[in-house]
Design a protein. Structure first.
Ligand SMILES: Nc1ncnc2c1ncn2[C@@H]1O[C@H](COP(=O)(O)OP(=O)(O)OP(=O)(O)O)[C@@H](O)[C@H]1O
Ligand SMILES: [Mg+2]
Length: 225
């Protein structure tokens, strides 16, 4: 997507994809020139949260999208807008839970989803929020789209063995999250080994999820009204 940098301030709102508030950014579908785009704006969170964490969250997600610019199914970053917002490519797709399809459809879908996730990990990013049913999108052709990299984890430098180990764990938690998604729409596709894996989702994934919930709850209590 090529949009002149000086044009990215001229957009009009087409639709609200998510109302902002509390710790949540406002997510808008906008018209940018003759293209549709998504504006994710942390100024839509509560004021204190937005002021303290908005720039950090927008910077992290922009960095992730930049690292993933060669991965199909991940939105291209169009640009930052101020310190707390980013503009990205819009996908004509819906959260995958909303689509009713047969096993064959989901079989192909999950093959591509697993390939897309592997490419994301190869690029040095773990998503860390794939359990949320709103972050994995699909269209009628069964194409895969992954959005919302705000909670992501980046692969550490070669010498940083601890950070690399943590990154590998987050990658595994992403793969487990995909199994969980598969369980929701097409459990018949799960192999015995995958069922077994689901029964024994590791302490790390559980701990990371609980830590995430705790951080969100604390931020809500301390930084929002
Ligand atoms: N690039 C995109 N193309 C199309 N739709 C998108 C895109 N980015 C986000 N959306 C839609 O907007 C919704 C909210 O975006 P996002 O997940 O980034 O924000 P969020 O604050 O995490 O919201 P939620 O808590 O609902 O996941 C997504 O669930 C998705 O339906
Ligand atoms: Mg989300």
């Amino acid at each position: 997507m090529s949009i002149a940098a000086d044009n990215i301030d001229r957009w009009t709102v087409v639709d609200t994809l998510r109302e902002g508030g509390g710790t949540r950014a406002r997510v808008l579908k906008v018209k940018l020139g003759d293209r549709d785009a998504v504006l994710k704006d942390h100024a839509g969170c509560d004021p204190l949260f937005s002021m303290l964490l908005g720039p950090i969250l927008a910077r992290r997600e922009s960095k992730a999208l930049r690292c993933l610019s060669s991965v199909d199914g991940v939105p291209l970053l169009i640009g930052r807008r101020g310190s707390r917002a980013l503009l990205m490519e819009w996908f004509s797709a819906v959260p995958f839970k909303t689509l009713q399809r047969d096993t064959e459809f989901w079989k192909r879908y999950f093959i591509v989803l697993e390939q897309t996730l592997a490419a994301i990990h190869q690029s040095g990013v773990a998503h860390c929020d794939l359990r949320s049913l709103n972050n994995v999108l699909v269209n009628d052709h069964g194409e895969v789209f992954i959005v919302d990299f705000v909670a992501c984890c980046f692969k550490g430098r070669r010498w940083n063995l601890l950070s690399r180990a943590v990154f590998r764990r987050f990658c595994r938690a992403d793969r487990d999250a995909v199994l969980k998604l598969k369980q929701q729409v097409a459990p018949e596709l799960l192999s015995d080994e995958q069922w077994n894996r689901l029964k024994h989702v590791g302490w790390f994934a559980r701990g990371a999820r609980n830590a995430g919930k705790l951080i969100r709850r604390l931020s809500r209590i301390l930084l929002t009204r």
